[in-house]
Design a protein around this ligand. Structure first.
Ligand code: ATP
Length: 254
């Protein structure tokens, strides 16, 4: 992604990181990777990130540990990739998939052949061996309108654990109804996805995915009993509540 517009911004600018991400998103939009609504979704995320202090909270770290435990124990882990994920963390998501032998599958709300092709190229350029989600006749996840219902037979359809960053509530619910463990990264602790998922990491994708990879590598050395203990000790609702409490406290600060 070209960051040439950033030359005009002083790296000491207090909002430099945020401005950098905006440029990345605008470039991704121009390159056809991101739908216009993806830019709006990013804006909603930014607002929550601002309130969270633009850093990874202790609650997010706890959620990452639980998510990593699910991923390490999974039989067929799959990462569902949309435009925002491909734009913000292409190398990181490919690296995470490689570390745990997970599959990558493109799934888009606003699906066009051009966007699928653009995201496929981004993932391949980032080093992905295989990218699912391009099949002519995919399976369907019941309860969803096409094209969100699309699911690759070897991928999401037969997965036991799915990492779905920036998902919409309908798809998260439909995947849970198929008895899948749904792990998400969503800056909005109030979204339907956050409330529905098995594990919600309330953090910015750009911080969360590299941290999650480190957690997966760490937990790959643990035995199954310890991994199950981590899962049993994690309560998504409670974690979201603690995150919201922190967000409100930050908001109330003078
Ligand atoms: P839901 O249907 O779950 O209630 P929604 O309608 O609020 O979702 P969508 O537009 O489907 O939201 O998805 C965007 C979500 O992704 C928002 O909750 C937003 O906070 C979050 N988000 C945007 N950018 C990022 C990011 N970089 N990292 C993590 N989350 C993000």
């Amino acid at each position: 992604m070209s960051l040439k517009n950033l030359d005009n911004i002083n790296p000491n600018h207090p909002r430099y990181e945020s401005l950098k991400l905006r440029y990345v998103m605008v470039e991704a939009y121009k390159a056809g990777i991101l739908a216009d609504s993806g830019l709006i979704a990013h804006g909603r995320g930014e607002a929550f990130d601002y309130l969270l202090g633009e850093r990874t909270t202790p609650m997010a770290k706890k959620a990452m540990e639980a998510a990593a435990a699910y991923l390490v124990l999974a039989q067929n882990p799959v990462i569902s990739v949309n435009g925002n994920t491909a734009a913000l963390v292409p190398e990181e998501i490919v690296s995470l998939a490689a570390v745990m032998g997970a599959k990558l599958e493109i799934n888009l709300f606003y699906r066009t052949p051009g966007r699928v092709k653009a995201i496929y190229k981004v993932l391949k350029d980032a080093g992905a061996d295989e990218v699912l989600g391009l099949e002519e006749n995919p399976e369907k996840i019941p309860g969803l309108e096409s094209p969100r219902s699309r699911a690759s037979r070897e991928g999401v359809y037969s997965s036991d654990v799915v990492l779905v960053p920036l998902e919409d509530g309908d798809r998260a619910e439909a995947l849970i109804l198929q008895d899948k463990k749904v792990l998400t990264v969503d800056l909005n602790p109030l979204s339907r996805t956050s409330k529905t998922a098995t594990v919600t990491i309330v953090d910015n994708l750009v911080r969360a995915i590299p941290c999650l990879e480190k957690e997966v590598i760490r937990l790959q050395k643990e035995d199954k009993i310890q991994l199950k203990r981590i899962i049993d000790n994690f309560h998504n609702e409670q974690n979201l509540k603690e995150t919201l409490d922190m967000l409100v406290r930050n908001y109330m600060k003078p």
